[in-house]
Design a protein around this ligand. Structure first.
Ligand code: NAD
Length: 427
């Protein structure tokens, strides 16, 4: 649907664009707060944006030019933090939106970070390991003017993983002349990564859903769960919810989905994915499309793939009772309104998937101190922050009679605005 959004006195008209979504959400919240127009514009405008076009030597001897981005949305609360995405559909507007959502997420869960995001337009599955390494090292070099262990700290996102983070850390360290583990999080534990980081986002989703269920009286043990996207976030969320006694009835990846109303055997599914690289074809299940998967009957639906999955075209057919947003921006503002009218609870992305950046923060603190914590410590601290944040959001939403998304974003924007006003406008 075409929407118009005011940005710094300009009118932006973009069709189903994550940046348009992020702007719509911001202006909805800004309308509820008594902030001066200039402060609103400062909060909504990305601070720095870098576009890089760079060459990579391919295995066949040819040279290909790739385009990448790094956006710092806000530096008000501290150094910027946000993942790097490798995907063929990456756009500057998508990176902008993801950077703004990182600002709100960090503020919501009280981390001393502003928001950032990066991305490269590439389908990483089409590259050899050598090509991926050369692309990563060159991109890391190109954006090194934006990266710094005390200034901007990337992390993994869709299409990137621990290995990519290791190459980024190594490239930055080679330039610096010494190892700089704190420049990136989501690294392998062997080079300064944190135990518990790989599982943190999925674990956070599980904790958010469990705490919301406890407060709001939703079923938990035995409740049915559908998960879209079986990557880092979706697979861990599914495994941990299953370990809590939930019944995972449907999962999907980019190749398609599978469904069994009696529940999926998670260890067997993980073995199948390790062997075949997809959930598709898992024995004893019915094949469903990603579109059908979102509309399956279940208590919890965990979108954990990409943004813009639940829109005004399918929201009225969603049968889940609770949506736990593992992905960033999976639900459009139009869909939000439809879901609210249907009485479906949405645990918004900035809350539900904050576990990743929370443990990234722990990793960064450990790297800066060169002092490492136990997994038990990490998980307990993660749980404390997630539970506190879920309670705060639900309390504010109930007090003001607003959705959990609006409550979460309102709390976050208020915190950034307060810090901005205390710091003042330079010079
Ligand atoms: P990933 O690359 O590990 O996994 C993505 C999964 O989604 C894969 O299973 C892929 O096959 C599937 N997928 C891709 N396109 C799809 C499509 N069109 N339909 C259905 N499935 C599709 O990525 P990830 O790190 O798990 O990230 C998933 C989401 O979670 C993203 O929105 C990301 O921004 C968000 N997120 C990730 C983290 C993190 O720590 N990795 C933290 C917070 C939020």
């Amino acid at each position: 649907m075409v929407g118009t959004v005011e940005l710094a006195a300009k009118v932006v008209t973009i069709k189903d664009d994550p940046w348009e979504m992020a702007l719509q959400q911001f202006w909805q919240v800004a309308g509820r707060l008594t902030l001066k127009r200039g402060i609103q514009e400062y909060l909504v405008t990305p601070h720095r944006e870098l576009t890089v076009n760079f060459p990579v030597k391919m295995d066949d001897g040819s040279i290909r030019i790739f385009t990448g981005y790094r956006v710092h949305h806000s530096t008000v609360l501290g150094p910027t933090k946000g993942g790097i995405r490798y995907h063929q559909d990456v756009t500057l507007n998508e990176v902008r939106a993801l950077a703004m959502w990182m600002s709100w997420k960090c503020a919501l869960v009280n981390l001393p970070y502003g928001g950032a995001k990066g991305g490269v337009i590439v389908d990483p599955t089409t590259l050899s390991s050598g090509e991926l390494e050369r692309l990563t090292r060159r991109y890391a070099s190109e954006i090194s003017v934006m990266m710094h262990p005390l200034g901007d700290i990337p992390a993994p996102d869709v299409g990137t993983n621990e290995q990519v983070m290791a190459w980024i850390m190594d490239t930055y360290s080679m330039h610096a002349g010494h190892s700089v583990p704190a420049v990136v999080t989501g690294k392998p534990v062997s080079i300064g990564g944190s135990v518990g980081r790989k599982e943190a986002t999925g674990r956070g989703c599980m904790i958010a859903a469990r705490e919301a269920a406890r407060i709001l009286g939703f079923p938990w043990s035995g409740a049915s769960v559908v998960v879209q996207g079986f990557g880092n976030v979706g697979s861990i969320a599914a495994v941990l919810m299953a370990a809590e006694g939930c019944k995972i009835v449907g999962v999907s990846d980019v190749f398609g989905g599978i469904y069994n109303p009696d529940g999926l055997d998670m260890p067997a599914l993980l073995r199948h994915v390790a062997e075949t690289k997809s959930v598709v074809g898992f024995p004893g299940t019915e094949a469903v499309t990603n579109k059908e998967l979102l509309e399956l009957p279940c208590t919890y639906l965990v979108p954990a793939a990409l943004e813009g999955q639940i829109t005004d075209t399918n929201a009225d057919r969603i049968k889940a009772r609770v949506i736990v947003e593992g992905a960033n921006g999976p639900t459009t503002p139009d869909a939000d309104a439809i879901l609210e009218a249907k009485g479906i609870t949405v645990l918004p992305d900035v809350l539900a998937n904050a576990g990743g950046v929370i443990v990234s923060y722990f990793e960064w603190v450990q790297d800066l101190q060169l002092f490492f914590w136990s997994e038990e410590d990490i998980n307990q601290r993660l749980e404390r922050i997630m539970v506190r944040s879920v309670r705060e959001v639900i309390e504010l939403a109930q007090k003001q009679g607003i959705s959990f998304r609006l409550a979460a974003l309102q709390r976050a924007v208020e915190r950034v605005a307060e810090a901005l006003m205390i710091r003042g406008i330079y010079p």
